[in-house]
Design a protein around this ligand. Structure first.
Ligand code: SF4
Length: 226
């Protein structure tokens, strides 16, 4: 089964041609300098989180606490990863942060940007929805230890995009939690799987949005860049 990083799957929401260039044609991307800055800011968040004290528990104890309706849990940054299958593909990714309150969980992800609600917000919704899908229907791991499949099935699953200033790190907006919509991610997974199977017309996949093309890592050499 072909492995697909969830962050790359989510590119389908930005422009349908990106999966073609990345997965089918293996074109070389040319990222803007702000991408490296965002990566560094993420690393700083992980370093800050590593200063916190987290209790080490066994897998059995963790499963018990997850199912305990009265418990609240915070998982360390990047400790939780998910994997699920769809259309002959295996999707996987690592969550920034997972919080649990009673029968609810919130997938949190930090995005460093120059302004809130920008061009990438659709991609971020797609990415976090896929993480939620992994928690509900896929295999969940914590620090490499597998907890099992559908561990959080039946929970109320939310995602929260926390946008922060690219340079100053201050929060941009509130980033309210949104409920996981299984139908939203299923339609994107269908579209993505169809693209990887070659069922597409290139022109129909192109986003047709000049603002997106301007910041796209594949704009050089893209015949539909506008
Ligand atoms: S340059 Fe524009 S049309 Fe081409 S892949 Fe990027 S976003 Fe899509």
């Amino acid at each position: 089964m072909r492995a697909v990083p969830i962050s790359k799957f989510a590119d389908v929401e930005f422009c349908g041609l990106k999966p073609v260039y990345h997965f089918l044609e293996e074109r070389r991307p040319h990222f803007r300098p702000c991408v490296a800055i965002g990566t560094r800011q993420h690393a700083i968040s992980a370093e800050e989180d590593a200063e916190k004290e987290y209790e080490a528990v066994s897998v059995d104890e963790l499963l018990r606490r997850l199912q305990d309706e009265g418990s609240a849990l915070e998982f360390p940054n990047e400790a939780v990863s998910v994997r699920f299958a769809f259309g002959g593909l295996t999707f996987s990714g690592r969550l920034d942060k997972l919080l649990k309150f009673g029968r609810s969980v919130v997938v949190c992800d930090e995005k460093f940007t120059s302004r809130a609600g920008g061009l990438f917000s659709g991609k971020y919704e797609c990415q976090l929805s896929a993480y939620c899908n992994g928690l509900a229907n896929g295999i969940m791991r914590v620090r490499g230890r597998e907890l099992g499949e559908g561990v959080l099935r039946g929970f109320d699953i939310y995602y929260r995009i926390i946008e922060r200033d690219l340079l100053g790190r201050h929060p941009l907006g509130k980033g309210e939690p949104k409920p996981f919509d299984a139908g939203f991610v299923a339609s994107r997974l269908e579209r993505f799987a169809g693209i990887l199977e070659g069922r597409f017309e290139r022109r129909e996949l192109a986003c047709g949005e000049p603002a997106k093309c301007l910041v796209c890592e594949f704009r050089e050499g893209c015949e539909f860049s506008c």
